[in-house]
Write a protein that binds this ligand. Sequence first.
Ligand SMILES: *Cc1c(COP(=O)(O)O)cnc(C)c1O
Length: 261
Amino acid sequence: MDSERPPYATACSVDDFRRNLEAARARIAAACMRAGRDPSGVRLLPVSKTVPEARLRLAYAAGCRELGENKVQEAQGKAEAMADLTDLRWSVIGHLQTNKAKHVARFASEFQALDSLRVAAALDRHLQAEGRALDVFVQVNASGEASKFGLAPEDVAGFVRELPAFASLRVRGLMTLALMSSDPDRVRPCFALLRGLRQRLRQEAPDGIGMDALSMGMSGDFELAVEEGATVVRIGQAIFGARALPDSHYWPEPGRGSEGG
Ligand SMILES: *Cc1c(COP(=O)(O)O)cnc(C)c1O
């Protein structure tokens, strides 16, 4: 799979971004073909963490109208610096600490890593104060790795039952990070698990709680995710270029005091 691809080159021009976006869309379309799906049912969310503002403006010029960021402070700084691009939307896709909820409530249009009722309550309170609403995804730990955030699959149904209490949260579906592995036989079951969970929750979820969206798949595994039903793929390096920092910087072990957000 990904091990056979050359390292991701840094996109430094509008043309580079056009080419990378087009290539990613073509790979999504091919995966859809294999799975008998309509490519219009898959949303490509470009993930721009660590990428400086100047290059984000190139991505915007190439057509990006939404960007995903893992850390709140970085996302908010960029959102403020680029507030002149009024149709650019920000999606926060990384773990959130309760004390940062007020920032997310202010600038984000979407939060994909909801995994605690405390965070849900804090977001809802600040959203009410701002007169805003937020699309949210419930993050599930589908790989069983201790280093991942997200709810255990068996805890999701009970969690979702509590969410109607938070009127400003528009629940759209589920999000996960698969096992980090180049072996598709180990990665695919993580995606299949999320799809199975959605199937069950569609029957059980309370009124007003959406369960259509599945956010899964990154640069190294998005084609597998699309084959397994992803409706949102979060793609960073294949669009912007390789990151200098290792993935462990973004997915530290919970409880070690170096949480993102
Ligand atoms: C960084 C990140 C991605 C994208 O990873 P790439 O390897 O750059 O495609 C997807 N999801 C989350 C939660 C991330 O933090």
